[in-house]
Design a protein. Structure first.
Length: 99
């Protein structure tokens, strides 16, 4: 069954543009990984000079996502994002229906 990964990350608002720049190589890598069906990023400004990004990616199944998530290449391409984050939370859920 297809799954959706939702990653919520908070960064300083001053770092928001740099976060988007650093996101692109990670997004390009994920797009080429077998099992990745697509991804999106949204942003909103919060109080206290914080910008919250929500990254979603859809996968054909949990196994495909876990192969991606535990790969050394994923660690390498996402390290620049981790350097900017103040907090992060990830959730994985089955997609019940999609059109």
């Amino acid at each position: 069954m297809a799954v959706r990964m939702t990653l919520t990350m908070q960064v300083g608002t001053a770092d928001a543009a740099e976060f988007i720049t650093r996101f692109q190589p990670a997004a390009d890598y994920a797009a080429g990984v077998p099992g990745c069906l697509g991804q999106a990023i949204t942003a909103r400004d919060l109080a206290g000079d914080v910008t919250e990004f929500v990254i979603t990616s859809d996968w054909t199944d949990r196994e495909s996502f876990h192969r991606f998530e535990t790969s050394e290449e994923q660690d390498r391409v996402t390290a620049p994002l981790a350097a900017l984050r103040r907090s992060a939370r990830m959730e994985l859920a089955e997609i019940g229906a999609q059109q």
